[in-house]
Design a binder for this molecule. Structure first.
Ligand code: 5CA
Length: 157
């Protein structure tokens, strides 16, 4: 099954219907996605898998922010935090980097959500492929993922 349909099918199992939009120009990165959608980069949700000690954790991060690994260590009370390898992302979520959606994964991953995403009525996330996105309210994103809101960003120098 194509990745968009896999995402849609998994979402239907919990009664969510993503409004998936296709962007042939590509949405592989947050910058690409913002340009395609016509929104600010801050409104793009990056869905990033990290490994905290031995466990996967999903970080939903505003496109304008970079993750501060030290903050994640403190939040999760672990000693090591690093971004997952591409094959780990695929194994944990069922989707490839560049198209990883924020939920609808092959298994539920404990999730932290960047509090900055709450600045908007609507944010946009990947829908399973590197050329599709869907809009969602931060409240709904929080509810579906069961995420913990957190300050995850690296302070800008
Ligand atoms: N479709 C867009 C917007 S929703 C998207 O998926 N953006 S993303 O930020 O969630 O996915 C790209 C991210 O994947 C990059 O920010 C980067 O953190 C990560 N990434 C890219 N290449 C690698 C790699 N080789 N290993 C680990 N992570 C990577």
């Amino acid at each position: 099954m194509k990745a968009n349909n896999r995402f849609r099918t998994t979402c239907s199992s919990f009664d969510y219907e993503p409004d998936i939009r296709q962007f042939p120009e590509g949405t592989k990165t947050a910058l690409d996605a913002a340009a395609a959608v016509g929104c600010t980069v801050a409104q793009i949700v990056k869905s990033l898998v990290f490994i905290a000690d031995d466990h996967a954790v999903l970080l939903l991060v505003s496109g304008k922010n970079r993750v501060d690994e030290n903050k994640i260590k403190q939040l999760l009370n672990v000693s090591k935090v690093s971004i997952a390898e591409p094959e780990t992302v695929r194994a944990q979520t069922g989707f490839a980097i560049g198209g990883t959606p924020p939920f609808g994964h092959v298994q539920q991953i404990p999730t932290l959500m960047d509090e900055d995403l709450r600045d908007f009525d609507e944010v946009w996330a990947a829908a399973g492929t590197p050329n599709s996105c869907f809009p969602i309210s931060p409240g709904e994103l929080l509810e579906i993922t069961g995420a913990t809101l957190a300050e995850v960003k690296r302070e800008k120098k």
